[in-house]
Design a protein around this ligand. Structure first.
Ligand code: FAD
Ligand code: NAI
Length: 475
C-alpha cells in the first residue's frame, strides 16, 4: 500500500520546503521529496539557493569584501594591515559550513512541522482514484500517493551549445563557487546577476576578470541611470565588461580556456583565461519528473505551464518557483509556495508580482522594486522622479562608501510610488522599506513625512521621496 498524503511537494528548494511547511501549518499531511546530495551522499535540502546559489555566493561575497576592505580601505581608518593574504581553502570551507547550517536548519524545520522528508528523485507514475502516484528513487525506494502535488523542482545553469560544463575549466554557478585557488585570469560569459556577483568575488581576490556580454546595453532590465552609475563603479574597480560581443569557438585544455569572439565593432578577438564561468541564464528542471506519464503540459523551454495562481494543466497539480514563468528568485519561489498551500486550503493565497524586489549583491549593491523610468516612458505614464546621492548622506560618509543614489518614481497626478531604484551601500536592506511602501500604495509624500533615524542610509530614501517634490533638505 502506498504511503498516502494530502500534499506531496517535489523539490525542497525555497519554493518547495516553504510550501511544505505552510501546507503542514494548515493541517495537511505533507511529504517533501528532494534529491540533492551533500558530499557524504546525505540529504541537502534547500535547493539551488542553499547549495549552489544565494547562500554560498553571499558567503563568498562577504569573505572577498572583507579581504578587499583589509587591503584597500582599512588604511583610511588608520588601521594598518600589511601582508593581508587570503586562504581560499578556508574561505571555501567556511562557505560549506554556512551551507550545512542551512541544510540542517531546513531538515529541522521540516521535522518540527511534521513534514515527511524523502531523499531521492520524485517522478509521476499515474493517477489513481483522484490522487497521483509518485515514485521516489534513491537510496531508499518508495511509492507515495498524494491528493495535491506541488512541483518545485527549480532550475539548472544553461550551457552554451556544444560547450558542456566540465566544472574544472568551464564552470557553471556550481563550479564557480568551488574554485580552489584564485585564477590569474577569469572569463565570464553573461554580465547578468551571476556574472557580476561571481566576477566581483574573484576580482576582489586578485583575478583579472573579463565579462563578455551579448547585449549592447549593460543590465538592460535595470533603470538606465542606475545601471550607468553601477557600470561606472565596476569600471573603476577594474571589472572589465565588454558589451555587444558575439561569442564564437571555445576550446578548453590543460592550460585553460581560449575563446574566440567578435567585439561590438565586429572585430575578431581572442580571450585566453584560466577559468571560464558561463552565466547566461537558467533552464527549468523538468527532465526527471516523468511529466508525460500524467500529461503535464510544459512549454517550449521545458517550464511547467501555469496560470497566475500556479495551477498547471492538471487538476490538483501546482508548480512554483524557477520551474515556472516569472523571475528566478528565491523569495518569489517562497511567496508562490505559501500562496499555493493556502489555495489548496481554500484560502486566497496572493502574490503581488509588481512588488517583488531584485537585489544584485555587488559593491555597490543594486536593488529595485517596481517600474523603471524607461518602462514608465514606454507605457506613456506621466511620472515625477526624485534622486538623492549617498554623497550627501552622513552615514554613508561615516561608512566611507558614498557611491550611488536612491531614485524614486511616482505618479505625476496621484503621487503613488511606482518604482524605487537604488545603487549604493546596503541597497539590499534599504529596498525593503520601499517594498512595504509600494505594497501599501504609499505616495512619495507619505514616505517623505515618515521620521527616519539619523544618521542612517535610510535617510537617503526619505530624501529621494522629498526630491520627487523638489524639496530635498540635505542636497
Ligand atoms: P531550487 O532552489 O532549484 O530547488 C529545487 C530542488 O528540487 C533542488 O533541490 C533539486 O535538487 C530538487 N529536484 C529537482 N528535480 C527533482 C525531482 N524530480 N525529485 C526530487 N527533487 C528534485 N535568488 C535570490 O532571490 N537571491 C539571491 O541572492 C540569489 N542568488 C543566486 C546565486 C546563484 C549563483 C544562483 C545560481 C541563483 C541565485 N538565486 C538567487 C536564484 C535562486 O537560487 C532560485 O530562484 C531559487 O533557488 C529557486 O527556488 P526553487 O525552489 O524554485 O528551486
Ligand atoms: P541572467 O539572466 O541574470 O544574465 C544572463 C546574461 O547573459 C544576460 O545579460 C544575457 O544577455 C547574457 N547572455 C545570454 N546568452 C549569451 C551569450 N551567448 N553570450 C554572451 N552573453 C549572453 O542569468 P544568470 O546571471 O545566469 O543568472 C540566472 C538567474 O539566477 C538570474 O536571472 C536570477 O534570476 C538568478 N540569480 C539571482 C541573484 C540575486 O537575486 N542576487 C544572484 C544570481 C542569480
Amino acid at each position: 500500500m502506498n504511503k498516502q498524503f494530502d500534499v506531496i511537494v517535489i523539490g525542497a528548494g525555497p519554493g518547495g520546503y516553504i510550501a511544505a511547511i505552510r501546507a503542514a501549518q494548515l493541517g495537511f499531511s505533507v511529504a517533501c521529496i528532494d534529491e540533492w546530495k551533500n558530499a557524504a551522499g546525505g540529504p541537502a535540502p534547500g535547493g539551488t539557493c542553499t547549495n549552489v546559489g544565494c547562500i554560498p555566493s553571499k558567503a563568498l561575497l562577504q569573505s572577498s569584501e572583507h579581504f578587499e576592505h583589509a587591503n584597500k580601505h582599512f588604511s583610511e581608518h588608520g588601521i594598518s594591515a600589511t601582508n593581508v593574504s587570503m586562504d581560499v581553502g578556508k574561505m571555501l570551507a567556511r562557505k560549506d559550513t554556512v551551507i550545512k547550517q542551512n541544510n540542517d536548519g531546513i531538515l529541522y524545520l521540516l521535522k518540527k512541522n511534521k513534514v515527511a522528508f524523502f531523499h531521492g528523485r520524485g517522478s509521476f507514475v499515474k493517477t489513481v482514484e483522484g490522487a497521483y502516484e509518485i515514485k521516489v528513487t534513491g537510496a531508499v525506494e518508495d511509492t507515495l500517493s498524494g491528493k495535491h502535488i506541488i512541483v518545485a523542482t527549480g532550475s539548472s545553469a544553461r550551457a552554451l551549445p556544444g560547450v558542456p560544463f566540465d566544472e574544472v575549466n568551464v564552470l557553471s554557478n556550481d563550479g564557480a563557487l568551488r574554485v580552489g585557488a584564485v585564477p590569474k585570469k577569469l572569463g565570464l560569459i553573461g554580465s547578468g546577476v551571476i556574472g557580476l556577483e561571481m566576477g566581483s568575488v574573484w576580482r576582489r581576490l586578485g583575478a583579472e576578470v573579463t565579462v563578455l556580454e551579448a547585449l549592447p546595453t549593460f543590465l538592460g532590465a535595470v533603470d538606465e541611470q542606475i545601471a550607468k552609475e553601477a557600470k561606472k563603479a565596476f569600471d573603476k574597480q577594474g571589472l572589465k565588461i565588454e558589451l555587444g560581443v558575439k561569442v564564437g569557438e571555445i576550446k578548453s585544455g590543460k592550460k585553460g580556456v581560449s575563446l574566440q569572439y567578435a567585439d561590438a565593432k565586429g572585430e575578431a578577438k581572442e580571450l585566453v583565461v584560466d577559468k571560464l564561468i558561463v552565466s547566461i541564464g537558467r533552464v527549468p528542471n523538468t527532465t526527471g519528473l516523468n511529466a508525460e506519464a500524467v500529461g503535464l503540459t510544459l512549454d517550449e523551454r521545458g517550464a511547467i505551464v501555469v496560470d497566475g495562481d500556479c495551477k498547471t494543466s492538471l487538476p490538483h497539480v501546482w508548480a512554483v518557483g524557477d520551474v515556472v514563468r516569472g523571475p528566478m528568485l528565491a523569495h518569489k519561489a517562497e511567496e508562490e509556495g505559501v500562496a499555493v498551500a493556502e489555495r489548496i486550503a481554500g484560502q486566497h493565497g496572493h502574490v503581488n508580482f509588481n512588488t517583488i524586489p531584485w537585489v544584485i549583491y555587488t559593491s555597490p549593491e543594486i536593488a529595485w522594486v517596481g517600474q523603471t523610468e524607461q518602462q514608465l516612458k514606454a507605457a506613456g505614464r506621466a511620472y515625477k522622479a526624485g534622486t538623492f546621492p549617498f554623497l550627501a548622506n552622513g552615514r554613508a560618509r561615516a561608512l566611507g562608501d558614498t557611491t550611488g543614489m536612491v531614485k524614486m518614481l511616482a505618479d505625476a497626478t496621484t503621487d503613488e510610488i511606482l518604482g524605487v531604484h537604488i545603487v549604493g551601500p546596503m541597497a539590499s536592506e534599504l529596498i525593503a522599506e520601499c517594498v512595504v511602501a509600494m505594497e501599501f500604495r504609499a505616495s512619495s509624500e507619505d514616505l517623505a513625512r515618515i521620521c527616519h533615524a539619523h544618521p542612517s542610509l535610510s535617510e537617503a530614501t526619505k530624501e529621494a521621496a522629498l526630491a520627487v517634490d523638489k524639496r530635498t533638505l540635505n542636497f
